[in-house]
Design a protein around this ligand. Structure first.
Ligand SMILES: Cc1cc2nc3c(=O)[nH]c(=O)nc-3n(C[C@H](O)[C@H](O)[C@H](O)COP(=O)(O)OP(=O)(O)OC[C@H]3O[C@@H](n4cnc5c(N)ncnc54)[C@H](O)[C@@H]3O)c2cc1C
Length: 413
């Protein structure tokens, strides 16, 4: 048995793979589909759970903030599609799918294209042997010529460095907002997931405090990676109108510690402020980067991992590629599906070229539909010709007086 040609899983010999994809979310499946179109045969997609597992675990009420709309034939694919020829809007008949619905779309795509997914096969480690990789799975070692790391970030909640975070509940662990006990909740973090939690709890008739560094609900930017999405702003406005007085905003609250005494929780900020809570505070403090387990295989500069501009490949470990929301080029984050999917074609092309497979015709739909972005100048100019310039985002208080309906403001200066 030569190490070059044979690998072992479950004690059985198996030919070495051309590509091992780690993660069966949108990033892993999207790259695999582009590779399949190029004719890559020896490929496997490993997932510690199953296709779409992260989305299936979102809180029940949480929906994609990026809208779905079927406009693929006009070469403007649905923002949440992972191939040129599918659309979650068309498949699910909705604009903002829940996580569970989006997982159904991913499963349908994987089944339709008969993708070689290996469910329940967690990858513990990737080791470079020089010319190839040993993919150390929970079921054995698999050898592969190329690896695409696409393991997502959802399984790595970030507790924000808060002392006593174990007294809290991370929003990624919430199954259903309805199941949370209590009439009053404290949310730490005021970006997308913090406001999503606040809106859902307000609609359930709960009283909510949102504590946040800075004032995210007042940030105006044309880049949805930086400011609240229009969908979230719309829902916030609706909640403030329909459940007036239920959400209280506390800006510049940089939380350092949470303590618990006599059945109550105390949230401390760095300026000495203390907020009392009757229920376990909810951490909406985000997730660790998706590359944590393999970061030692990438060059790093100023705390950021480096990806080749040609193919999102490690510049330290050739043959190791990344696809997903932690991709950064020229200071711009590819954190949404519509952003990182624009690189599926370039990753597939690099691998197909090395395997000696023709890719030009196969990847033309990817090229024509925006799944093969090569000109990264888009990363450095996100300004719109006619945009919010010169206009500040409205204060939360202003949402509350929309349509002439005067309702009490609950914004603490
Ligand atoms: C709460 C939240 C809301 C978001 N909302 C949006 C949105 O509205 N629109 C948008 O475009 N983006 C959104 N994002 C961005 C998000 O990162 C992407 O939508 C998407 O989940 C990233 O896809 P992925 O394939 O990289 O990761 P995932 O969807 O997380 O898929 C990764 C897969 O890898 C598996 N896995 C993890 N570790 C291993 C391992 N060691 N071995 C084997 N398998 C492993 C997991 O089980 C999972 O199935 C959101 C992110 C979060 C966290």
């Amino acid at each position: 048995m030569t190490a070059r040609s044979v690998s072992v899983e479950n004690g059985e010999s198996e030919a070495s793979l051309d590509v091992a994809v780690i993660g069966a979310g949108p990033a892993g499946l999207g790259c695999a589909l582009a590779l399949q179109a190029c004719g890559v045969q020896r490929m496997a997609i490993f997932d510690r759970c199953e296709v779409g597992a992260s989305f299936a675990r979102w809180p029940r009420q949480m929906r994609l903030i990026t809208p779905s709309f079927h406009s693929n034939p006009f070469r403007q694919p649905d923002l949440n599609a992972i191939t040129p020829k599918t659309s979650p809007a068309d498949f699910l008949h909705g604009e903002h799918p829940t996580g569970r619905e989006y997982a159904l779309y991913l499963k349908a795509v994987a089944t339709h294209y008969a993708l070689p997914v290996r469910d329940g096969t967690g990858v513990k480690e990737i080791m470079s042997t020089g010319a190839e990789f040993d993919v150390i799975t929970e079921k054995g070692v698999v050898r592969a010529r190329n690896v695409i790391w696409a393991a997502g970030e959802f399984s790595r909640p970030d507790h924000g460095g808060i002392k006593g975070a174990h007294h809290c509940r991370h929003n990624g662990e919430v199954v259903d907002w309805k199941l949370l006990q209590g009439a009053e909740h404290t949310i730490i973090g005021g970006y997308e997931s913090g406001i999503d939690a606040a809106v859902n709890l307000a609609w359930l008739g709960r009283d909510v405090k949102v504590l946040s560094r800075g004032e995210p609900w007042h940030v105006s930017s044309p880049d949805p990676s930086v400011a609240l999405s229009p969908y979230t702003i719309d829902r916030l406005k609706a909640a403030l109108l329909e459940a007036p007085g239920s959400i209280h905003f506390y800006k510049n609250a940089d939380i350092s510690e949470v303590t618990r005494q006599r059945g109550r929780w105390r949230v401390h900020d760095r300026a000495g402020g203390v907020y009392e809570s009757e229920t376990a505070p909810i951490l909406c403090t985000g997730f660790h980067g998706a590359l944590q387990p393999v970061r030692h295989l990438f060059h790093e500069a100023e705390g950021r991992l480096i990806f080749s501009e040609e193919a999102d490949e490690s510049t330290l470990t050739p043959g190791l590629f990344y696809s997903g929301p932690s991709l950064v080029h020229r200071g711009s984050s590819f954190c949404f599906i519509y952003k990182f999917r624009s690189r599926f074609g370039v990753v597939a092309r690099a691998i197909a070229q090395r395997l000696g497979l023709p890719w030009e015709t196969a990847l033309r739909p990817w090229q024509e539909h925006g799944f093969m972005l090569e000109d990264l100048s888009c990363c450095v100019d996100c300004q719109c010709a006619v945009g919010a310039a010169g206009r500040e985002a409205p204060e939360v208080a202003e949402y509350e007086t929309l349509n002439g309906r005067e309702v009490p403001a609950h914004v603490q200066a």
